[in-house]
Design a protein around this ligand. Structure first.
Ligand code: HEM
Length: 509
């Protein structure tokens, strides 16, 4: 058995050598990048974990180019370190830049490959994306406003009592489960533990380079008991979780649609609109996969963004004071915001933008795949290349955002304190590009805006006190994973008035 595996590995290396030679030779040069070694190419230059976006940005500085090429084991990787290039390729040439690379660990072994976020741009991707766009049209979030306000008020009640992350996970799960399956708060909470493990597994299994089976797909044939094949056991456990997260909420919604008791939602609306002259099982599979994509895509991302906001307020008390001053002037102390006040609260909008910019949730976006050979600014970009938009680099561009390492919402305002349309909105990069742009962008922005405005109108976010009654210094370190989470931290949510305490039921007198 071991000999057979070794022979297969040698054969893969020979095939790889041939494919590298063919893929990378062209009359135009590849974009700049570190020198490639025979066969393995830049295998040792490809950052595999930690803050890979910083290493990609460094390559741009070293090779004086915002477009970088890495080749590893026959794979061509193109890093885009500027918004201009990302817009020119991923937006303007999106017909050939909108596929996804296939992944063995995530797509095949863990089974996420049927879900459109990880599919190539085939008919199944189009069918799922269509359902998602109908349920959550980009640029339109009004239909969700009453639900967002209700769920955010529950968050306000939870914050002083529970761990921050736990409260935020509940908030995100409830709002996404309501929009996707029409579930109420208690039902949504019941799925939290499964969904948490399943979404974490996506981040781990989807980390480029985390599993050798992605570089050597032949390893997927190893039996689970084989030494070193622990990844197969892990993949089976994760696949079971994925299946649970996919099947159970869908089955419940389907039963409710049949009984006529379903609340409007992505899944129930799509089930009701099925074409009964076509294959119903196939249509159900499409709806099921779309629903789990919405849930998976929307939960950890919004949690991470709101967690970053709370952390930023702790680190920048002046910003918090400015935001509360604006809220008090527009709403009066002790009143909660609604979406009607959005246009009158530009500083709050600026805080949301700065949160998305300063600590981007997906600092290297989600990789695209190029489906045709292309030439760009005299460089050859081979068909099949994995395209990595380095969103962090774009949002830390000194030209677009002077002094990018400062958390400064005022950079988005003009001299009159209004949103300055000349300053690039970070949402243009933070939610991805072209035909793959995040379909949850509008609901995500609306949920962040109402949460930021509501939290700041009710609470002052203050450091924890130590045993001597002195404030603990908040940590200053930043994220480590693909989803750019700030490290766990503690803080106090201090009600800003007696009225707020009474309204939120926090008043014990
Ligand atoms: C702060 C919150 C969010 C951020 C920063 C974010 C960011 C992103 C990014 C960067 C992508 C990849 C786009 C590309 O490939 O170019 C993406 C895709 C996606 N997002 Fe979001 N997202 C957020 C919230 C949401 C929400 C609330 C939902 C669901 C309601 C959602 C569902 C999805 C789905 C399904 C995809 C895959 C789209 C496809 O491959 O066609 N996201 N998101």
């Amino acid at each position: 058995m071991i000999l057979a595996v070794a022979a297969l590995l040698v054969l893969s290396l020979v095939i790889l050598y041939e494919s590298c030679r063919k893929t990378f030779s062209h009359e135009y040069p590849l974009p700049p990048g570190p020198k490639k070694l025979p066969i393995v190419g830049n295998l040792f230059d490809v950052p595999k974990s930690g803050r890979v976006w910083l290493e990609y940005a460094e390559l741009s500085r070293r090779y004086k180019s915002d477009i970088i090429h890495l080749g590893a084991l026959g794979n061509s990787i193109v890093i885009l370190n500027s918004a201009r290039i990302a817009n020119e390729l991923l937006d303007k040439r999106s017909s050939i830049y909108s596929s996804r690379p296939s992944t063995v660990m995530l797509g095949e072994l863990t089974g996420w490959g049927s879900v459109f976020a990880f599919r190539p741009n085939d008919d199944l991707w189009k069918a799922q994306r269509k359902i998602m766009n109908q349920a959550m049209p980009i640029g339109e979030s009004q239909r969700f406003h009453p639900m967002l306000i209700r769920v955010t008020q529950d968050l306000l009640r939870d914050l002083p009592h529970f761990d921050i992350l736990e409260s935020l996970h509940t908030w995100a799960a409830v709002l996404i489960m309501d929009a996707t399956y029409g579930f109420n708060t208690e039902e949504a909470k019941a799925y939290l533990p499964t969904a948490k493990v399943a979404t974490e597994s996506v981040v781990i299994a989807g980390t480029p380079g985390a599993f050798y089976v992605d570089q050597f797909p032949i390893l997927k044939y190893l039996p689970e008991w084989f030494p070193g094949a622990g990844f197969k056991r892990k993949a089976r456990e994760w696949s079971d979780m994925r299946s649970k997260m996919t099947e159970e909420p869908f089955r419940l919604t389907k039963e409710r649609v049949a009984m006529g008791t379903a609340r409007p939602s992505l899944a129930s609306d799509a089930l009701e609109q099925m074409d009964h002259d076509q294959d119903l099982v196939k249509q159900e599979e499409v709806i099921k996969a779309t629903s789990v994509a919405a849930y998976g895509g929307g939960s950890d991302t919004t949690v991470t963004a709101l967690q970053s906001f709370i952390w930023a307020m702790l680190m920048n008390p002046d910003v918090q004071t400015n935001a509360q001053h604006e809220l008090d002037q527009v709403l009066g102390v002790g009143n909660l915001p609604s979406f009607n006040e959005e246009a009158s609260l530009p500083y709050i909008t600026a805080v949301v933008r700065e949160t998305l910019r300063y600590n981007p949730v997906a600092p290297i976006g989600v990789p695209h795949k190029l489906t045709e050979d292309d030439i760009y600014e005299g460089f050859f970009l081979p068909k099949g290349s994995v395209i990595v938009p380095n969103v962090w680099s774009m949002l830390y561009s000194v030209e677009d955002y002077p002094q990018p390492h400062l958390f400064n919402p005022s950079r988005f305002l003009d001299a009159n304190g209004n949103i300055n349309p000349k300053v690039k909105n970070p949402a243009a990069s933070a939610f991805g590009f072209g035909r793959r742009i995040c379909p949850g962008k509008s609901i995500a922005l609306a949920s962040l805006w109402i949460a930021v405005a509501s939290i700041l109108s009710c609470y002052s976010i203050e450091p924890e006190l130590n045993e001597n009654g002195k404030p603990n210094k908040p940590q200053t370190d930043s994220g480590l994973t693909l989803l750019n989470q700030v490290p766990p931290f503690k803080c106090r949510f201090v009600p800003r008035s007696k009225e707020i305490e009474v309204f939120l039921g926090l008043d014990s007198s």
